[in-house]
Design a protein around this ligand. Structure first.
Ligand code: NAD
Length: 475
């Protein structure tokens, strides 16, 4: 049982100003696995004060000192590999193989990448008549979701530390223990007192206190559009800079030269990965009309290769939803699809056979529905996909772009010209062609209602910087 009723402020664990706690549930067992403190505005005030006090000296550290710090963090993080995998599997229900290959690895890669990028990063530039200097933005508030407990936190921390900014982190209350383990990493790595502060608690109290705090200079938020709007409203009161990483409803465009098995596997893995709780998940698939029936048959045939069940089992592909609420949301969307007359290819409401305990959903695909239907337009954040057929690629691209979101997109096929053409025309921040290898140096973020700003690599660091021009600088 994990029991953390303190916050990490100014380099030490301090008592919360509140006795109330929040229970954390293992979604696979439905059992309580621990508690965290429900922080208050006063706790946030203390953390902001500590971050402000540490800012002057941390922002004046050299690039080399910060590279060293990031490398120390990566080393300490690696030492705790097994702990990270265990904690993420328990609090999120992420299958142990996914916790290792993706969840653990992504967190680590952000620290390594930031150290690497920093080596060639120029904080100043001499132009003919001006000197341009980039300096740390100040105190940053970081608010993160539960679906990638180390990735979301690590990308923000790595960029903030690389830039020389100090931070207050509020992780999601459903998955706080990975962030607490990360706190141990930061302590051991020698992050100076006050540079990193952690306040646990609810979004409505702690998150709200951070985004409305007059002494927070920048809020970097990842989460839903609804909360993103609130962050923006709060930040507007004192013209605070914000970066928002929000939701998606990403398209997968399948070219006619694609083999049916590739199309079916791309579809299944896109919606089942992390139980569909992936902001970049491809959830609307566009396939040539002639491919529809063979595609449907192939999905049915391949589905048993993607087992749903106990996250501790290395063969499990898909675990439970993170919480009962999230499970209910997914169920409601599936029921809505059925009620509106969409045709089920696989899945449906209820839990998969044999899984009575745990918030398990069925991998679900709908076909023969209108692209304007709610389940084709709203982010479900569960293993639910909608399938559409097209006659011409023009039609597919137009529908692919008919969404309020623009986070990601996928193109599957063989013809290089067509692959590049479709990739360039999808209005979204990250397009993957076929297998497209991951690149932690490349910017990550969304068009339209998927967000504002970019994370990862040099673009991520830029978000935590202010730009100053000096005219008449003595040379
Ligand atoms: P959420 O918006 O409910 O919560 C995100 C964080 O905000 C949590 O820490 C929460 O406690 C906090 N919060 C809640 N209310 C708040 C308030 N009033 N003020 C300040 N903070 C508040 O999102 P979630 O359910 O944790 O995560 C799922 C969402 O996150 C999905 O929409 C998903 O697409 C999005 N997401 C986006 C990305 C991306 O990089 N674009 C990545 C992962 C998840």
């Amino acid at each position: 049982m994990y029991h953390y009723t303190k916050h990490f402020i100014n380099g030490e664990w301090v008592e919360s100003t509140n006795n109330e706690t929040i229970d954390v549930i293992n979604p696979a067992t439905e059992q309580k696995i621990g508690t965290i403190s429900s922080g208050t505005k006063e706790d946030v005030d203390k953390a902001v004060k500590a971050a402000r006090a540490a800012f002057l000296s941390f922002s004046n550290t050299t690039k080399e000192e910060r590279i060293q710090l990031l490398e120390n963090i990566a080393r300490e993080y690696e030492k705790r590999k097994d702990n990270f995998i265990k904690v993420i599997t328990e609090e999120l229900g992420s299958p142990v193989s996914f916790s290792e290959k993706t969840q653990y690895a992504m967190g680590l890669n952000h620290f390594k990448e930031a150290a690497k990028v920093l080596r060639d990063f120029d904080f100043s530039e001499q132009r003919e008549h001006s000197y341009i200097q980039k300096e740390a933005i100040g105190v940053a508030g970081l608010i993160t979701p539960w679906n990638f407990p180390t990735n979301q936190v690590a990308t923000k921390l790595a960029s903030a530390f690389a830039a020389g900014s100090t931070v207050i982190l509020k992780p999601a209350s459903q998955t706080p223990f990975a962030a607490i383990l990360l706190t141990e990493v930061l302590q051991k790595a020698g992050v100076p007192n006050g540079v990193f502060n952690l306040v646990n608690g609810s979004g409505s109290i702690v998150g709200n206190a951070i985004s409305s705090h007059p002494d927070v200079d920048f809020v970097s938020f990842t989460g839903s559009g609804q909360v993103g709007t609130k962050i923006m409203e709060n930040a507007a009161q004192d013209i605070k800079k914000i970066a928002l990483e929000l939701g998606g409803k990403s398209p997968i465009v399948v070219l006619e030269d694609t083999d049916v098995e590739t199309a079916a596997r791309t579809a299944i893995s896109n919606i089942a990965k992390n139980t569909g709780q992936v902001c970049t998940a491809g959830t609307r698939i566009f396939i040539p009309k002639a491919m529809h029936d063979p595609f449907v048959e192939k999905v049915k045939k391949l589905l048993p290769e993607y087992p749903v069940g106990d996250p501790k089992d290395r063969d499990t592909f898909m675990g439970p939803q993170v919480s009962k609420d999230q499970w209910q949301t997914v169920q409601d969307y599936i029921q809505l699809g059925i009620d509106n007359g969409a045709e089920l290819i696989v899945g449906g409401t209820g839990k998969p056979d044999g899984l009575t305990t745990g918030y398990y959903s069925k991998i679900t695909m709908f076909t023969h529905l209108d692209h304007n239907d709610t389940i084709a337009q709203e982010e479900i954040f569960g293993p639910v996909m909608t399938v559409f057929t097209y006659d011409t690629l023009e039609e597919a691209i137009e529908l692919a772009n008919t969404t309020i979101y623009g986070l990601a997109g996928y193109v599957v096929g063989k013809d290089p010209k067509q692959l590049a053409n479709v990739a360039k025309r999808i209005r979204a921040g990250r397009i993957t062609i076929n297998e497209g290898k991951a690149d932690f140096s490349a910017p990550f973020g969304g068009f339209k209602q998927s967000g504002i700003g970019r994370e990862w690599g040099d673009y991520g660091i830029e978000e935590f910087l202010e730009i100053k021009t000096i005219l008449g600088m003595p040379k």
